[in-house]
Every structure is written in C-alpha cells, then in structure tokens.
Design a protein around this ligand. Structure first.
Ligand code: AMP
Ligand code: TRP
Length: 337
C-alpha cells in the first residue's frame, strides 16, 4: 500500500476552510477531535485554501484568514510537534491528485452533493470549482492514506464519495489508496444557528448573532447567548424534535463543560432558560478565553510561518509518494529522477 506509515500509527487527515472566522461549531464538531486524536494517530491538519476559493474571496482576507486558522489550530491545542499543520496550496500534490479525481468522479455523483446544491442555490454564476470541490477533498484525504477523517455531520456525504472514489480507483488501477472512514461524534456533530435551529451554525451566515466566533470577546459571547432564540416554555429539557433551540444550547453546554446532556438537564431542573443561558455563557467563555490568549500570543510571535513551513514539508513527504504511485498506476509516464 502506498505511503503507509512507518510508525504503524494509523493516519488522520482533516481540513478547515479559511473562509471567515471559525465558530464554536467548527470547534465542537471538528477541532477538538483533532486535539484528542493527535496522540494516538499520525495526524495531518490542513488549512484548505484551495477549497476556500471555490467561492469568491478577497485576497487580503484570504491571506489573513489562512494564517488565523492555522494559529487557531495551535491555540485549540494541536501540538505542531505531533501533528503536521499545513496550508493545502503549499503542497502541490493536492491540486494534482484533485485533478485526477475529477476524471474519476461522475457528474451525477457531484450533482447530488447537498453542500454544492446549497452553495449554488440562487446564484447566477457558479464557479466550476464549486462543483468539483468534493473531488479535491477526496484527494486531500487519499494522498495521506488516512484511515480516519474527523469531521462534522455535514461532511458525511463528501466522505462517502471519497470512499467510492478510492474503491473505484483501486478496482480500476490496482490497490493504491486506503479507503477512509469518517469519524463523526454522536453529540455535537451539528451545532445549529443561534437564531434558527433548523440551520447549521456557519461562519458565512451574514448575521453575526447567529454564531459564536472563536475570537468573540467575552462580552460579545454573553450578549449573543442572552439573545439566542429559545423555544416556548421554560424547561431546560433535551428534546431536539420539540425543543430544537434549547437542545442546541444544551449541546453546546455539554461539549464545552465536558459533561453529558443528562447532567446538563439535571443541573438546570426547575431553573428556567435565563439561569441556564447565564451559565452557558460562562462555560463558553471559559473555553474561549485561554484559547484566545494563546491565539494572540502565537500571532504576535510570528511562529506560525515556521510551523506551516515544517508542516508542509512533512505533508509533502507523504503526499508526493502517494501521488507518484497513483500516477504510475494510471499509466502516466513518470519523469526520471
Ligand atoms: P468548514 O468551516 O466548512 O471548513 O468546516 C470545517 C469543519 O467543521 C468540518 O469538519 C465541518 O463539518 C465542521 N463544522 C462546521 N460547522 C459545524 C457546525 N455547525 N457543527 C458541527 N461541525 C461543524
Ligand atoms: N469540505 C470540508 C468542509 O467544508 C473541508 C475539507 C476540505 C475537508 N478537505 C477536507 C475536511 C479533507 C476533511 C478532510 O468543511
């Protein structure tokens, strides 16, 4: 098998787009699992800038957000000595295998992707890259022969396509890629908007009160939580079908405090939404404050560029081997040397 790991540790890869400020949804659904996995697995975490440009980005904002997301990885607790933190475009193998994957993916498969349908809805002009985006995501994962891919619930469909493409490639051209598994947690894989529990919390929502950014100052967090929509009634009860808004807030509480939903429910029995929201705000602030302190220290130190250089080297060492094997299997005449 190509590029498999010398240390026998299974590999993990995941990516986050630098397309705005990361939210507590990104943290709960993805980033905190990156941190949990770094000791047990050989981890690669990418800031996926090539994915971000599938919708228009301001050049200055893209540069700033790319560095900011990398710094947030470190601030959240990813240790660059353990996990490779890198920028996708710094490892050219991603774009190259991405192209090969577009030749393998069927139009019909890509047309069924709900993220594409959502992002393209109502737009007059849609970039072709938005359509082929999942083929690039498959390349990100397959280049590392990742066994596990920690993601939020919204990425399940892309992971299924990645598995299909790996299986298709292996059948057609011989065993080359590990077929990856998604790693999606049971609680917190889909944090919803604070103003509408039918929508995923998203950094691209034009209403900033709908999300908590990882860089929101404590007072902003308190204000946003106090304004968050709640269901009729006043009982703090976990019941996603009938009380979606309060159930979402309880999920955020449980994940930030490291307790079960049952414990949250017991703790606030008979107390009403007001008392719950006040404590929720403090629990969220207690997670964000240390993260923000580290974030600002790292940004000021300028260390992030060194971390990214080292991460890209480690990533490229793995990715280039796999790309070469994939090209060889497909019948490309490889350059000598
Ligand atoms: P993105 O910001 O779209 O690049 O997403 C990066 C990661 O965060 C992916 O694994 C997403 O599934 C996850 N994620 C994004 N938003 C949420 C959310 N509201 N709840 C849980 N996970 C999320
Ligand atoms: N598509 C993912 C998202 O929107 C981001 C992503 C790109 C990714 N490449 C990846 C996630 C590889 C996991 C693995 O959130």
């Amino acid at each position: 098998m190509s590029g498999t790991n010398k240390s026998d540790k299974k590999r993990v890869l995941s990516g986050i787009q630098p397309s705005g400020q990361l939210t507590i949804g990104n943290y709960i659904g993805a980033m905190r699992h990156f941190v949990e996995m770094q000791d047990e697995y050989d981890c690669y975490f990418a800031v996926v800038d090539l994915h971000a440009v599938t919708v228009p980005q301001e050049p200055e904002a893209l540069r700033e957000n790319t560095e900011a997301v990398a710094a947030l990885f470190v601030a959240a607790g990813i240790d660059p000595a353990k996990a490779a933190i890198f920028v996708q475009s710094h490892v050219p193998a991603h774009a190259q295998l991405g192209w090969l994957m577009t030749t393998l993916a069927y139009m019909g498969e890509l047309e069924r992707m709900t993220q594409y349908k959502d992002k393209a809805a109502g737009k007059v002009a849609v970039g072709a890259g938005l359509f082929t985006y999942p083929a690039l995501m498959a390349a990100d994962i397959l280049l590392y022969n990742a066994h596990l891919v920690p993601v939020g619930d919204d990425q399940k469909q892309h992971l299924e396509l990645t598995r299909d493409l790996a299986i298709r490639f292996n059948r057609r051209f011989g065993e080359t890629f590990v077929v990856p598994e998604p790693s999606i947690s049971e609680v917190g894989a889909r944090i919803m908007s604070l103003d509408d529990a039918t929508k995923k919390m998203s950094k691209s929502n034009p209403n900033p009160n709908s999300y908590i950014s990882l860089l929101d100052p404590p007072d902003v967090v308190r204000k946003k939580i106090s304004r968050a929509k709640t269901d009729p009634g006043r009982e703090v009860v976990y019941d996603p079908a009938n009380k979606p808004e309060i159930s979402n807030l309880m999920t955020i509480y449980a994940q930030c405090a490291g307790v079960s939903l049952d414990e949250v429910q017991k703790r606030f029995e008979g107390q009403g939404y007001g008392a719950f929201k006040k404590e929720l705000a403090e629990v969220v602030v207690s997670v964000l404050e240390p993260l923000q302190r580290t974030y600002h220290d790292i940004r000021q130190s300028g260390a992030i560029r060194d971390i990214l250089r080292d991460g890209a080297q480690r990533a490229a060492a793995v990715a280039e081997v796999t790309l070469r094997q994939a090209k060889e299997a497909m019948g490309f005449l490889l350059p000598q040397g």
